[in-house]
Ligand binder design. Structure first.
Ligand SMILES: *Cc1c(COP(=O)(O)O)cnc(C)c1O
Length: 402
């Protein structure tokens, strides 16, 4: 292994976030490549039988099998951990593999989980449909309401699980209060930080135990591959998550890890620029539709809290049109630049109707509880010139009679 500072925490921890995004985790093979190498291998060879025995016994570090670890994947995990300010990180095949692993590795039959009402559809689905089959009880709360978290605690509560800002309502959770409450009761917090990413919000600074990601979104940033990540203490990642993950196998593919690692190099730049673009689009929409949810707007009910815990407000917003599903569809169908897509975090601007797509499987009752209306449109603001996005929205809304 050639000289490389990316894995030496006494050096990388002194770097500022933009430097970590480009360099943390990098190590070089004897070829001295500048860009991180892509190791497309499942297995490893050893100089002698003693070496592999020592590695399996945990007496020697080193690769044994790509379900356990892979050099490219390891570089990405170290980079994410450094950007997050976490002791350790492990990646998974998708954001949902990350969420499922982060929760199931620490929950057992008889445990209780408290979760936010607004969430990515599949996050709600596993809590509502998978966990009950294994005897894990749940309480769903309005995550904006601090008192609701407190009231939901039972003697068997093990985990608080929430997104902030949440999909698609942009509900913001008071990280300091909710994580502090959990800690005082011995409850672990699992925070889905996909919308903000470490570039805009670091939940661990406010007391979060575990931060879980769909890296498919803003971290990857250009709509190419799926990937997930879980960050936490070395004890949690190595002793609780890893035994579960290495034996159940929801691991990240090296190629996908490599793509996300290259995406991270531009994450701080993209997050800042797309936040600025989203702010401009939100201001335009504010004068045009009955409700715009964007944490950067002064009119957003949780604006002060967002300012406290975020350094930028992200590229996601949602808004309502008065005419329900028909008018929302008419506006989406009239778009010329912005694509109709349920993906997000992309450099291309994308719009979708959550009630009929991402949040369809919650049912009408679940959507009402989560605050997802029939007239809601969710917008991923990309890297295009924001004036072009605004002009496109303007003409589409006009065609829809708005
Ligand atoms: C997309 C998303 C997920 C799921 O991630 P995948 O990579 O699609 O599996 C989870 N949480 C949030 C907030 C998301 O936006």
């Amino acid at each position: 292994m050639k000289r490389s500072t990316g894995l030496d925490r006494s050096i990388t921890s002194k770097w500022r976030p933009a430097t970590q995004a480009v360099r943390a985790g990098t190590w070089r093979s004897e070829q001295g490549e500048t860009s991180e190498a892509l190791f497309l291998n499942s297995g490893y060879t050893y100089d002698d039988a003693e070496t592999v025995a020592a590695r399996f016994a945990g007496e020697q570090t080193g690769m044994v099998y790509s379900r356990f670890q892979n050099p490219t994947v390891q570089m990405l995990e170290e980079r994410i951990a450094m950007m997050e300010g976490a002791e350790a990180c492990r990646t998974q095949a998708s954001g949902m593999a990350a969420m499922t692993t982060a929760l199931l590795c620490q929950l057992s039959a008889g445990d209780h989980i408290v979760t936010g009402r607004a969430a990515f559809g599949s996050c709600r689905w596993i809590v509502d449909n998978v966990f009950p089959r294994f005897g894990i009880e749940k309480t769903v709360v309005d995550a904006r309401d601090n008192a609701a978290w407190e009231a939901a605690i039972r003697p068997n509560t093990k985990v608080f699980f929430f997104e902030t800002p949440a999909n698609p309502t942009l509900d913001v959770v008071d990280l300091e209060f909710v994580c502090g409450l959990a800690r005082s009761k011995g409850i672990k917090t699992v925070v889905d930080n996909a919308f903000a990413t470490a570039a805009l919000q670091q939940p661990m600074e406010f007391g979060a135990d575990i931060v879980a990601y769909s890296a498919t979104k803003l971290m990857e940033g250009q709509g190419r591959v799926l990937l997930g990540a879980v960050c936490g203490s070395a004890e949690f990642i190595n002793d609780v998550l890893m035994p579960f993950q290495r034996n159940t196998g929801p691991i990240a593919a090296p190629f996908n890890a490599w793509v996300v690692m290259k995406g991270l190099e531009t994450l701080p730049l993209r997050a800042e620029k797309q936040s600025d673009n989203a702010m401009q689009v939100a201001r335009f929409l504010e004068g045009r539709v009955p409700r715009v949810a964007y944490p950067g707007l002064e009119s957003f009910p949780q604006h002060a809290l967002s300012v406290k815990q975020m350094t930028g407000f992200g590229n996601m917003l949602s808004f309502d049109v008065r005419g329900g599903r028909a008018q929302a569809f008419a506006a989406l169908n009239a778009l010329e630049l912005v694509d109709i897509s349920n993906n997000l975090g992309d450099s291309k601007s994308l719009a979708c109707h959550p009630a009929s797509t991402t949040h369809n499987n919650m049912g009408a009752e679940g959507r009402a509880e989560a605050g997802v209306g029939e007239g809601m449109i969710r917008l991923n603001v990309g890297l295009e010139d924001p004036l072009d996005v605004i002009e496109d929205l303007d003409q589409a809304l006009r065609k829809a009679g708005i």
